[in-house]
Every structure is written in structure tokens, then in C-alpha cells.
Design a binder for this molecule. Structure first.
Ligand code: HSE
Length: 436
């Protein structure tokens, strides 16, 4: 008889139910592959009223988390409630009680990662979090183990499935932002608080985790530049398309002259860019390491089964650790890059810009705009004026050459104060093509 590893699951929501169902249905497969019987011992949630499409065996469910945390038979606690509290306290207690922990909670790791990693090391147990970034893509394991020999100069990711779904549906189906978001929620991709998704915060949490793994730098979520996708309109999607670009929700960590840029924002990508064809709920993470060069990881970034697949991989890792008597693996709080990084100020970041001005259609307007841009050292690469549709206002779209963020902000403030400007200017950063 193989050794049994008993699992206590806290959080029976979309992902939790996917994990429970697979643990119950795939017992034999896990026993064969993980070298231990993985037994779902107890499931905790505040309530079990909502149907999750299958029945938990009687006696498994509880509304009292201490029935899991204080049960000496449970070796691994799976936290799938999300958010910071009470998740943080529950995970800390589980670690302190000597239980391995598996979590999908990116907000928790981004805010309290160091504290939890220290607690895991102190207790001699493992803390795994594959499902926190990229849904079903094994990017954490790749960065943590497979690519351990590398220093990275760039990690670029489409890591929020909901935002990518929304922008894709706006482009492909002509939906409004709200219609597209409604669809994403219906599919179960969005966070309970969807502003985490479309505001860029969820991607920010994931980027903080990737930055820790890839660069050994702990960046607090408040230190990240975060801009959501809600200001993107059909007009921008269409103009970008005409110019050969699409708009993607990008998370960027990149080393530039020993400074680290860490930012999340909608980004124009040339249609030939590798990440430009990552559509719908799909996520992708592009990395560039000094030994491996470029790699691209691609897969479903949100949804029940992809996330559950990653949680189950972590549970199997715990099982193998327990069976082999292995202790903590690659403690994260000690991991530090030998390169020294300073976070680059957002104002110093340089990119090309797409700018859409809404101005009156009258003589001298273009000269006024280009005059302001020129005074702020912003060089124009191309200008596209659209036919007037109604009234006397026209959209004017310009692409700039590489320009400093601080200069662009100052110039746009000035332009938005001009009498000829009818609506605030929309500015979207671009990302240069990268090749494999
Ligand atoms: N709300 C997240 C997303 C789910 O849309 O990517 C996975 O973390």
C-alpha cells in the first residue's frame, strides 16, 4: 500500500471545486505518478450552498478552518480563497504547524511573500504557488527550477486572462468594454472584484511574483506602475489595427542599464510581435535569459481546470517531497540576483507612443500640436488625420519615436489645455518587436 498524503482544501470556489473533483476522479493516476495516494481529507468554505457540479462525499465539508489547520493527519493545506486576509493568517498558521502549503493567491504572495517564505523555511516545509501566475502554464516551476542557471534581461507577459479576453472580444466582435467584460465574467475568468483584472492590479501582483523569481527583487505592488485597460476605446483598437498594431495588456519587467523597469499597462504591439497573437483568455510569458536566450510560455491563463491543473502539480510535488523525505526546496527569501538593480522611475522609461488627439478641424492645429511635442523633445514618426465625422472635431493619430515618459506627460498636459483640444488625449505605449 502506498503512503497516503492527506490534503485539506480551504476555499471551495471555482478553482477549489476543480481541484476537489480531479483529486476524487483521478486518484489512481496521481498515485501512479506522484508515488503516494493523495487523499482529499477535508474541504472548508464559509458555505456550501452553491452547486459546483458534483457532490463532495459526505463528511468532507466543514465551515471551520481549524478542522484542517489543527488536524495532525493533514500534511498539505491548499489555500484557494484568494485575497489577503484571512488567507494570510490561515497560510501562516498552516506553515507554523508544519504543514506544506499550496496556494494560487497572487495578491497574498505579492504583498506578504517574504513573510510567508521565511515562515516556510523556518518550519522546514514547502510553499508552492504555481497557479498564482499564468493559470495552467508551469511558468513558476520553469523560472524556479528549469531556468535556475539564467540571469534574465526581460520578462514580458500577458498574465491577466480577463483583460486579454476583453480586448480580444472588442477587436474581434466589436463589443463594448462592458459587454466583453460581462462575457469574461460569465466564463468564470474574472476575479470577484473585476477591477483587479481590468485595473491591471491582478497583472501587477503576478508581475511582482515573476520579478522576484526572475530578478531576485521584491517589488511591492505599490512600487509598480499600473494602468488598466478601461480607457481603451473601439476607436483606438481600430486605429491601431489600421496602423498594423494590436493592443495587449502587458506586464513588463526589463533590465535597462542595471535599472529595472516594472510596469503594467495596455501596450501597442506590431501584429508580427510574438505576443500579438495571444488572444482571448490565453496568457503568455516571454522571457530572455543569458544562457537560454528567448523562450515563450503559452496557455490558458484563467478558468477552473487550467488553474486546478497547476494546483494539482504542486500537490504532487508536495507528495514527492514527503515520500522522499526532502525538505524545503530553493528558499525564495534567500534568492538574490548577483546583478544590482535599482527600480527605474516611470518618468525615465522610454518607449514609442501612440497618441490620439481630439481637436477642432481648423488651420494651424497640427502645427500647434507638433510645436508642443517638439519643445518637449518628442519626435513624430507618423501622422494620420481622419476624415471629420460630425461637428468640427477630428481625431488625429500620431506615432512618436522613442520618447521619455516624463516629457510625454508634460507635453500632453500642455496639449490638453489648448483651446483646439476637445477631449483629453489618449496615449498608449508601444513595445518594440522581439524575436526568438
Ligand atoms: N482573474 C484572473 C485572470 C484569473 O483573469 O487572469 C487568474 O488569475
Amino acid at each position: 500500500m502506498r503512503q497516503a498524503i492527506r490534503v485539506g482544501l480551504i476555499g471551495f470556489g471555482t478553482v477549489g471545486a476543480g481541484v476537489a473533483r480531479a483529486l476524487l476522479r483521478k486518484q489512481r493516476l496521481f498515485a501512479r505518478r506522484a508515488g503516494a495516494r493523495i487523499v482529499l481529507h477535508r474541504v472548508c468554505d464559509r458555505e456550501f450552498r452553491r452547486s459546483r457540479g458534483f457532490r463532495l462525499p459526505s463528511g468532507l465539508s466543514t465551515t471551520d478552518s481549524s478542522k484542517i489547520l489543527r488536524d495532525p493527519n493533514i500534511q498539505v493545506v491548499v489555500e484557494l480563497i484568494g485575497g489577503q486576509e484571512p488567507a494570510r493568517s490561515l497560510v501562516l498558521e498552516a506553515l507554523q504547524r508544519g504543514k506544506h502549503v499550496v496556494t494560487a493567491n497572487k495578491a497574498l504572495l505579492a504583498h506578504s511573500g517574504q513573510e510567508l517564505f521565511r515562515a516556510a523555511t523556518k518550519a522546514g516545509v514547502n510553499l508552492y504557488f504555481e497557479a498564482s501566475v499564468g493559470g495552467g502554464i508551469p511558468i513558476i516551476k520553469a523560472l524556479r527550477e528549469g531556468l535556475i542557471a539564467n540571469d534574465f534581461d526581460a520578462i514580458l507577459g500577458i498574465v491577466n486572462g480577463t483583460s486579454n479576453y476583453v480586448l480580444t472580444a472588442m477587436r474581434e466582435k466589436g463589443l463594448t468594454f462592458h459587454e466583453a467584460l460581462h462575457e469574461a465574467r460569465r466564463h468564470g475568468y474574472a476575479e470577484r472584484n473585476a477591477s483587479l483584472d481590468v485595473g491591471g492590479y491582478d497583472a501587477g501582483h503576478k508581475l511582482a511574483i515573476l520579478t522576484l523569481l526572475g530578478f531576485g527583487v521584491q517589488v511591492a505592488p505599490e512600487q509598480l506602475y499600473t494602468e488598466g485597460i478601461s480607457k481603451i476605446s473601439q476607436a483606438d483598437i481600430q486605429y491601431a489595427d489600421e496602423l498594423g498594431y494590436c493592443i495587449k495588456p502587458l506586464a513588463i519587467a526589463k533590465q535597462v542599464n542595471h535599472e529595472l523597469e516594472v510596469r503594467v499597462h495596455p501596450t501597442l504591439l506590431a501584429k508580427t510581435h510574438l505576443l500579438a497573437n495571444v488572444n482571448g483568455v490565453y496568457n503568455a510569458v516571454y522571457i530572455h535569459g543569458d544562457m537560454v536566450g528567448a523562450q515563450l510560455f503559452y496557455g490558458r491563463g484563467a478558468g477552473q481546470n487550467p488553474a486546478a491543473s497547476s494546483v494539482l502539480a504542486d500537490i504532487a510535488d508536495v507528495a514527492r517531497d514527503v515520500v522522499s523525505g526532502g525538505g524545503p526546496r530553493i528558499p525564495l527569501e534567500r534568492r538574490q540576483s548577483h546583478r544590482v538593480y535599482r527600480l527605474r522611475k516611470m518618468g525615465d522609461v522610454e518607449t514609442r507612443y501612440y497618441m490620439r488627439f481630439n481637436v477642432t478641424d481648423s488651420p494651424g492645429v497640427l502645427a500647434k500640436i507638433s510645436g508642443v511635442l517638439g519643445r518637449h523633445q518628442i519626435s513624430i514618426a507618423s501622422v494620420h488625420q481622419k476624415e471629420r465625422r460630425a461637428a468640427r472635431n477630428v481625431p488625429v493619430v500620431m506615432m512618436s519615436h522613442e520618447a521619455k515618459e516624463a516629457h510625454v506627460r508634460k507635453a500632453l498636459e500642455e496639449i490638453d489645455r489648448l483651446r483646439v483640444t476637445r477631449q483629453p488625449t489618449v496615449a498608449i505605449r508601444t513595445e518594440a518587436p522581439r524575436t526568438l
